[in-house]
Design a protein around this ligand. Structure first.
Ligand SMILES: Cc1cc2nc3c(=O)[nH]c(=O)nc-3n(C[C@H](O)[C@H](O)[C@H](O)COP(=O)(O)O)c2cc1C
Length: 176
């Protein structure tokens, strides 16, 4: 059975991006979903001096090994001040020291959401620019604005947005 990683780019226990990533991944039938919660990986703040002294943290290697096993990635990025959260960027930086093709040339559905009307569009654009250089086979991207208006009772309540995301999930499905 194919295995996909669902990842929210946040260390919030109640991450809306983790919720969205899991929601989208669950639409893909006959697939094992591995939910990655950044809180489950005890990874110190990246620094070249720390890396030189101690090498790569074992928890970063553990996560990288999980990336090796995946057939695709469903990622939803939280936006902090227009960019990646510190928690995600830290993990991303460590992973890039293990394998610069962080996303292993595997298909990715890339998303972002926020409570605001811009829906994390800035971090989404940063990732769209950068991730393909880091091995992402970017199949589709999607921003969900105003999360708490548009996502209720564990579903996307806005009809147009739901159709748009379903279409993108279907495109992703045939690539994994
Ligand atoms: C330090 C900080 C900066 C933020 N900056 C932005 C921002 O630039 N754009 C935005 O849409 N939301 C911003 N937010 C609100 C987040 O989108 C909101 O906290 C959201 O729940 C984060 O996603 P998560 O629940 O997956 O962690 C910010 C929140 C914090 C704590």
């Amino acid at each position: 059975m194919k295995k996909i990683i669902a990842l929210g780019g946040s260390n919030s226990n109640n991450s809306i991006n983790k919720t969205l990533a899991i929601y989208a991944a669950k639409q893909i039938e006959n697939t094992e979903i591995l939910v990655i919660d950044l809180n489950d990986f005890n990874i110190p703040l990246y620094g070249i001096d720390l890396e030189t002294a101690d090498g790569i943290p074992s928890e970063a290697i553990r996560l990288s090994d999980l990336f090796n096993q995946a057939d695709g990635f469903v990622v939803s990025l939280a936006e902090h001040n227009g960019s990646y959260t510190a928690a995600f960027k830290n993990v991303f930086d460590w992973l890039s020291r293990i394998n610069s093709k962080v996303w292993r040339n595997k298909p990715m559905l890339l998303m972002a959401t926020s409570p605001g009307a811009r829906g994390g569009i800035s971090v989404l654009q940063s990732a769209k620019d950068r991730f393909p250089q880091m091995g992402a086979n970017l199949i589709a991207d999607f921003s969900l604005p105003s999360f708490f208006d548009n996502f209720t009772e564990n579903d996307i309540s806005n009809k147009e947005l739901k159709i748009d995301l379903t279409d993108k999930i279907n495109k992703f499905k045939i690539e994994i």
